[in-house]
Ligand binder design. Structure first.
Ligand code: PEP
Length: 261
């Protein structure tokens, strides 16, 4: 607990199911997560959970978690536009209307695979805020950025260019996700994670965000066997989890590594 700062913040454990699953799998997965967590009051005292399924499976998570206050529904993306002729897109207000409270923006799979620039991500973040949702804004360097010694500058630039004027400490969570770590089984040294998180927090403090309330999650190959030292760092306020979030036991085992908040 951040007693020194007079503020207690649970760790935020976010499941990003990506474009995976089926109706049956989504039903079983959310059922198993809820059944597993419901008998772990100690974990529920230290963690809160966001599940971000594919849009088509949101109703399953919404329905299954209707009476579980520790699970919040999230989306993996939203449109920058409010409505109109944008075939195939989903607006932030539609997500909000469907009980989503968070939306991930700027995931590297969208920055890289879908060519989304920081300007686009900023517009999406702003649309989410305007609709009353919170964002999980992802930043992270590629292996090339890292090997050429530019990781910190790249992450800082992504952050400063993607955070909209509508962002504040209450409606915005940052996720530091090194691109080379996502799905690879590789994770940075603890000191590297600590340093990057501290830099991100400092940049947000410069905007006037209260230090004790800033949330910076780590994402990239988090598993039960590497989570403990990462999640228990003072600078790490939770995790964004891809692969391991598709397995209820693995997902819960990660949360069980949290020692204190
Ligand atoms: C992610 O896609 O955000 C992610 C962190 O994936 P994984 O946990 O599989 O590395």
């Amino acid at each position: 607990m951040n007693i020194d700062k007079g503020f207690c913040m649970k760790k935020l454990i976010v499941a990003n199911w990506k474009m995976n699953g089926s109706v049956q799998l989504a039903k079983e997965l959310v059922r198993d997560i809820i059944n597993g967590l419901s008998v772990l009051p100690d974990v529920l005292g230290k963690c809160e959970f966001i599940i971000c399924p594919a849009n088509l499976y949101m109703y399953i998570v919404r329905h299954s978690s209707a009476t579980t206050p520790y699970i919040t529904l999230g989306a993996q993306d939203c449109a920058a536009e409010e409505n109109g002729a944008h075939t195939g897109d989903t607006s932030a207000s539609m997500l909000k209307d469907s009980a989503c409270r968070y939306v991930i923006v700027g995931h590297s799979e969208r920055r890289i695979d879908r060519g989304e620039t920081s300007a686009v991500i900023k517009a999406k973040a702003q649309a989410a805020h305007n609709s009353g949702m919170k964002i999980i804004l992802c930043v992270g360097e590629t292996l090339h950025d890292r090997q050429s010694g530019h990781a910190e500058n790249i992450v800082r630039t992504q952050l400063l260019e993607s955070v909209p004027e509508t962002a504040n400490v209450k409606n915005t969570v940052i996720a530091y996700e090194p691109v080379w770590s996502i799905g690879s089984g590789l994770v940075p040294e603890l000191a590297e994670i600590r340093g990057m998180h501290a830099m991100i927090a400092q940049e947000l403090e410069k905007k006037g965000w209260p230090a004790a309330e800033i949330r910076v999650l780590y994402g990239g190959s988090v598993k039960a066997d590497n989570a403990k030292p990462i999640l228990n760092m003072h600078e790490v306020h939770g995790a964004l989890i891809g692969g391991a979030s598709m397995d209820a036991a693995a997902f819960i085992a990660i949360a069980q590594t949290v020692e204190t908040v």
